[in-house]
Design a protein around this ligand. Structure first.
Ligand code: HEM
Length: 248
């Protein structure tokens, strides 16, 4: 459960606030914008059994209905071998093993918030028609990896405006992603609910700036020509210990 900056203040939760908690501000490039749409509380419900996820969402919603509206709900699913709806495996370069905790969970850098995490979410809608019109070898240049077997291109092969070139901001700066594909053929709304956890929010901002503004400016991420961010918000996820203290 993530809590936004405004909600933290409104609920009068303890001070000082988590060091990097703020309201996410839009990041505007020449062509694409990472919009900021706000939100007070974000629940990330996971289950292999959909019934559990539904029951949990229904419980939370009925409990909170006197005081809160549910403004965005996305029901994602694991698509084949962890592919995004674009057909590429998503999550390969995520940190593994102990480094997941290192990159996702706050440690001594903010002792009052130890065990917590910054959560950033964006709902992306893909233009799958134009994506599927692109030959596979061109799609591979957009991602920077091969489609069928998920092999990274060499530095010489990888275009400078590919997603994996611009989202990579260095080996010391990583986040843990848990993106979920979603799709509705009737409304033709196909997308990716981008979800990431980070021990420092500045890392997420760095990635977004490289993607949307570009590096150098103007060399933006080509994945955005096929993907529109329609929401964007950041939250702080307290640890169970912190939640115990809040309830006290
Ligand atoms: C349109 C939504 C997005 C889609 C469909 C998408 C999909 C992908 C895919 C297929 C990969 C390659 C496999 C992998 O390593 O996971 C990847 C890599 C990555 N993505 Fe995304 N992504 C999206 C948005 C974002 C955003 C908004 C960020 C950061 C704020 C991000 C950060 C990363 C990072 C850090 C990598 C690994 C780069 C590397 O070190 O090679 N992605 N993404």
């Amino acid at each position: 459960m993530g809590i936004g900056y405004d909600a933290w203040k409104y609920l009068d939760l303890p001070h000082p606030l988590p060091k990097e908690l703020k309201t996410f501000q839009e990041i505007k490039g020449n062509k694409h914008t990472a919009v900021a749409t706000g939100g007070d509380i974000q629940f990330h419900i996971r289950s292999d059994e959909k019934s559990f996820a539904y029951d949990m969402a229904a419980e939370i919603s009925s409990f909170m209905s006197p005081i809160a509206d549910c403004t965005v709900e996305v029901q994602g699913f694991r698509y084949w071998d962890s592919r995004s709806i674009l057909g590429f495996v998503d999550g390969t370069e995520n940190p593994h093993g102990a480094s997941r905790e290192y990159f996702a969970v706050i440690d001594e850098q903010d002792p009052a918030c130890k065990g917590g995490s910054y959560l950033f979410v964006q709902k992306y809608i893909h233009n799958l028609k134009s994506w599927n019109d692109l030959p596979i070898h061109e799609q591979e240049k957009v991602i920077g990896r091969s489609k069928a077997n998920d092999i990274e291109m060499t530095d010489a092969e990888k275009p400078k405006n590919s997603h994996s070139a611009l989202a990579n901001v260095g080996d010391d700066l990583k986040v843990v992603r848990d993106n979920m594909p979603f799709g509705n053929v009737a409304s033709n709304e196909m997308g990716t609910f981008f979800i990431c956890y980070a021990s420092t929010f500045s890392t997420v901002e760095k990635m977004l700036k490289q993607m949307f503004i570009g590096n150098p400016a103007g060399n933006y991420d080509r994945i955005l020509d096929f993907s529109t961010a329609v929401t964007g918000a950041m939250f702080f996820v307290p640890s169970m210990d912190m939640l115990d203290k809040f309830s006290g």
